[in-house]
Design a protein around this ligand. Sequence first.
Ligand code: FOL
Length: 210
Amino acid sequence: PKHVPVVSIVAALLPDMGIGFQQSLPWRLSKEMKYFREVTSSTFDGGKQNAVIMGRKTWESIPSRFRPLPNRINVVLSRSFENGQMKQVSLDENKTYFQSSSLQRSIDSLMSLMGEKLERIYIIGGSEIYNHAFDVIDHVLITKLEPVDTVRPKMDTFLDVAKLNDSFQEMNQNLADFLPPNVTLPKPHNQAYIENENGYKFEFSLYSRK
Ligand code: FOL
């Protein structure tokens, strides 16, 4: 294929874009998780699929009943995986995923393996992968969270805000067209898609390369 868009998707707490604490998400937001599932699973073309690429620690943080994430090609990165071709691994009869030791090689392998059947590649974390991937991605889907009458959670991993702002600009007016039609967005309140849950206010946003 000529070009498959590579898109990071992440939920981050303002103002410093904290994304994790002790190897898991610092919040439980089912509407936000539903948005993640719909965006990464849905396609414009019913004959195509998306792939998700994640680091080894993110893979281990996903409850085992949801692994590999269904209806998506899953790729797990680790420096300890053998160099060379991306390798397919089986969990059982019908659950398989891929292992790779390089982000760039996994992107190239997905494109040659799936050809025209691949619609988008989503980078799904964690912080080490996101901050390294800023050099190769085309867009970032950030859900910006703010606590409302809730204590700010402790966080130990962050997006690199300087890298984000250096190379990307917010393009929220394009969000609805960027997402496949069966993704559910909240009613827009003056240009912004805002949701509220569990003591957090959050806004779905799109950043595109400058
Ligand atoms: N991006 C956004 N916007 N929100 C997130 O929570 C998020 N999380 C990760 C990466 N990008 C994100 C990494 N963490 C599952 C669990 C943790 C996780 C990613 C995915 C997971 O179990 N997903 C299931 C749905 C589970 C459910 O419906 O409760 C899936 O099928 O996607």
